[in-house]
Each structure stands twice: as structure tokens, then as C-alpha cells.
Design a protein around this ligand. Structure first.
Ligand code: PLP
Length: 361
């Protein structure tokens, strides 16, 4: 059937969700394709949802999520007027792009990076300016700055970058912020910042204190393990937050998500222990792969990137055969999330077999 619609939609690539774990009879399989937190939900979070929220699902949620906004503001050291919630940071980023960019405008960001960026930008009717990463997977800051012009409405930086897991240094971040005009916003997408152990990393909230044109996107999906509930937040100047709120999906953040976020904020110490163990597992996998001779960017998120280039699909098949669903970017590389210990052991095992087959980078 033909129907009248915005032709730009035909140019948007559909978002591809990480594949579920492949069926492997007689053997447990693992989904390590979506950078999820492998730990089960905390009992205290489940209790909060049950006791405070499930009984009122006939009611709309607090549209601004005020309790969460106040808690997040205190945590991040800003005023509540600096905080907006969204259905995951994906919606926060969508609110921002919808606020600042439309037809004729440009949004500059590194590529490859979070695959929602091109979809969100095209959805707003604006143009994406994708700046290829450096060979080591990190942001090409000079390239990003060279791409900024009069049509630029937003620059996005992703630290650590999905899928390459590279960190953005404080010096590089400061170079971008210093060069971008004051009336152009710079988004720091820090979905994975809790896993970032890079010593010289930029910290968006430090920069936010100095530059009012910075927007920070954080999420409860990764370190807090609430990916299924869809809640994240943005931090920006009050005028920007006001505009983002106008662009938000009304009543988008459910009461269940809000109660879970509050309970998770109460349990930050427990969650921190989990984050530390994911980081320790990441470092264990990295050490094992390095000892097998693999060369890939040092990872600073809860995933690693094997830049296998032309041999990506071949190598990806080995992971699937072993009961592991990874995120495959044909012709570029494979992104592997750090998962359960057994899944991580199996990654190490598959990689050693890839080495034996001469399929190593
Ligand atoms: C870089 C990056 N930003 C943002 C998100 C959005 O996560 P969510 O919408 O679950 O908060 C993701 C999710 O994978 C991501 O990788």
C-alpha cells in the first residue's frame, strides 16, 4: 500500500535490537549483545515496585517525576530545574534533538557510535554529520571541530563510546567545548560512565559547572540495571530543560520506573559493588585476550570491541555456535558485552579458537 508520509523516514535505518541468546540444546546460552547488566534485579527494587506502584497502575504517573528529579539533582549537585527525565536516555536525547534541530540544521557526532543517533536526528528532520572515529576507535576531535559550521545545532560526544568502548579525555572534551560557539549545545552522552576507569577521562558534570551550553545524559539502564523499565535523565541549563520537557512524551516515564529508580538510588552502595565486579570481569577478559595476542581498544565501558573488519561475520558465527549472541557490525567488528562469569569464560574460549583459526586482530 502506498500512503502519504514524510519521505525522510524512508532514509532512516531501523534500530536493530541486540539479538537474543541463540538456542544451544543442552547448554546454557547468553545474550551479550545489548550491554545489559547481567545481575538480577535487586530484591529491594522489586519490593518497592510491588508495594508502592503495582497497586496504582490505573493512575497516570507524576508527569515530571518530581521525586526522582529532586533525588537526581541532589546526587549530581544541581538544582531540580536542571533535570529532566525521559524513557531511558534515548528519549532524553530525542527531546534534545527535537528541541534544537529541524530541517536545514545539522547535528555533528562521531561515527561509529550509538546507533540511535542517526535515527533520532533524521526523525527530527535534521541532517547528521558523522565524523569517523580515529583508527583506535576514539573520537576524532579535530574532525568534529572541523565539521561544526553555521548550520550546527548540536554536537554529541559519547563517553565511553558505544561500540568502541573508548574514553574521551578531559583535554579533548575541553577542546570541543572551547571551540563550539556558546549558543550551540554540546551533549555528553555518558550512559556508561560508572564503568569508566580511564584516568584522564572527561567528566561531563565537571564541565557543566563551567559551561552552560553543556547537556549531560545519564541512564538507569546500565549500572543501575533498569534497562527494561526505561528511565534516564538529562542535566542542562533551566531554559534547555524547559524546552526538552515540552518535547518529552507526556507521561512517558511510568510510576513503576520512577519507584524503581528511587529504590535504586537508595541502594547505590550495593549497585556500586556490582559495577566493580563487572569492571573486574571486563579486566579479566581483556587480560586473557591480550595474552592470546588480541589487539583492540582498551575498553572503558561494560563491553569490548573487536575490530575484525572483513572477517567480522566469519568470527561472529563462532560466537553464535558457542551460544553467545554478540552485536555484529558487518565489515567493522563485534561488540561483546561483559556478562555472567560463565559467558565471559566462553568469550575467552571462543577467542582462543579464533586465534587457532587465524581469525585474530
Ligand atoms: C551510548 C548510549 N547512549 C544511550 C543509550 C540509551 O540507553 P537507555 O535509553 O536505555 O537509557 C545507550 C543504550 O545502549 C547507549 O549505548
Amino acid at each position: 500500500m502506498t500512503f502519504r508520509h514524510r519521505s525522510i523516514v524512508d532514509t532512516i535505518p531501523a534500530y536493530r535490537q541486540g539479538r537474543p541468546a541463540p538456542a544451544t540444546p543442552g547448554r546454557r546460552s547468553f545474550q551479550i549483545s545489548s550491554n545489559e547488566n547481567p545481575f538480577d534485579p535487586l530484591p529491594s527494587v522489586l519490593d518497592a515496585i510491588r508495594s508502592e506502584s503495582l497497586g496504582r497502575i490505573n493512575r497516570y504517573p507524576d508527569m515530571r517525576g518530581w521525586d526522582v528529579v529532586e533525588r537526581v539533582a541532589a546526587l549530581e549537585g544541581v538544582a531540580p530545574e536542571n533535570v529532566v527525565l525521559g524513557c531511558g536516555s534515548t528519549e532524553v536525547i530525542t527531546q534534545l534533538v527535537d528541541l534544537v534541530a529541524g530541517p536545514g540544521d545539522e547535528v555533528v557526532y562521531p561515527w561509529r557510535s550509538f546507533e540511535a543517533y542517526p535515527i533520532i536526528v533524521a526523525g527530527a528532520g535534521a541532517a547528521s554529520v558523522q565524523v569517523p572515529n580515529r583508527p583506535d576507535g576514539s573520537h576524532d576531535v579535530d574532525g568534529i571541530l572541523a565539521a561544526v559550521n553555521d548550520r550546527t545545532r548540536l554536537v554529541i560526544l559519547n563517553n565511553p563510546n558505544n561500540p568502541t568502548s573508548t574514553a574521551l579525555s578531559d583535554a579533548d572534551a575541553r577542546r570541543v567545548v572551547a571551540a563550539v560557539p556558546d549558543d550551540v549545545l554540546v551533549l555528553f552522552d555518558e550512559a556508561y560512565y560508572q564503568f569508566n576507569t580511564a584516568e584522564d577521562t572527561s567528566v561531563a558534570m565537571d564541565l557543566f559547572a563551567e559551561h552552560p551550553n553543556i547537556v549531560v545524559a545519564h541512564t538507569f539502564s546500565k549500572a543501575y540495571g533498569l534497562a527494561g523499565l526505561r528511565i534516564g535523565y538529562g542535566i542542562a541549563a533551566p531554559e534547555v530543560i524547559e524546552g526538552m520537557r515540552k518535547m518529552s512524551l507526556p507521561f512517558g516515564v511510568t510510576d513503576v520506573a520512577q519507584k524503581a529508580a528511587l529504590a535504586s538510588l537508595d541502594a547505590r552502595d550495593e549497585l556500586e559493588v556490582r559495577v566493580k565486579s563487572i569492571v573486574a570481569e571486563r579486566d579479566r577478559v581483556v587480560a586473557a585476550l591480550r595474552s592470546q595476542g588480541w589487539s583492540f581498544p582498551e575498553p572503558y565501558a561494560n563491553f569490548l570491541w573487536l575490530p575484525l573488519g572483513d572477517r567480522t561475520d566469519e568470527a561472529a558465527a563462532r560466537f553464535t555456535e558457542a551460544g553467545l549472541s554478540t552485536r555484529v557490525f558487518s565489515g567493522e567488528g563485534i561488540r561483546i558485552s561483559i556478562g555472567e562469569t560463565e559467558a565471559n569464560d566462553r568469550v575467552i574460549d571462543v577467542c582462543s579458537r579464533l586465534v587457532a583459526e587465524g581469525l585474530r586482530v
